[in-house]
Design a protein around this ligand. Structure first.
Ligand SMILES: [Zn+2]
Length: 102
């Protein structure tokens, strides 16, 4: 998997296209990710101990991982992820645009 938790990604498709956010959660089995402040939906909450009033809150709903692209923290452009093999044999992710190791 090319994406990881805490990566900044941008959405390529759908109504949230162009939005950027941090990955809060990855569900690799379902190919879905929760991204901070992206794809917000209203959610009805039951009354619980933590939330005694219940009611409606805004919550992130999952986005399909194939619709996401990593945003490079160095050049801050959306980029495809490349891989680089280091001399010690470890494989690292690399920004294809600025060659920064991510
Ligand atoms: Zn870059």
């Amino acid at each position: 998997m090319k994406l990881r938790k805490d990566d900044i990604v941008t959405v390529l498709k759908g109504k949230e296209r162009g939005k950027k956010g941090k990955i809060l959660k990855l569900d690799l089995a379902k190919l879905r990710a929760i991204i901070e402040n992206v794809n917000m939906v209203k959610k009805h909450m039951r009354k619980t101990r933590d939330n005694p009033k219940g009611g409606i809150i805004m919550r992130e709903s999952p986005v399909r991982i194939p619709n996401l692209m990593l945003v490079c923290p160095r050049c801050s452009k959306p980029t495809r992820v490349g891989y680089i093999l280091l001399t010690d044999g470890s494989k690292k992710r690399m920004c294809r645009k600025c060659k920064e190791i991510l």
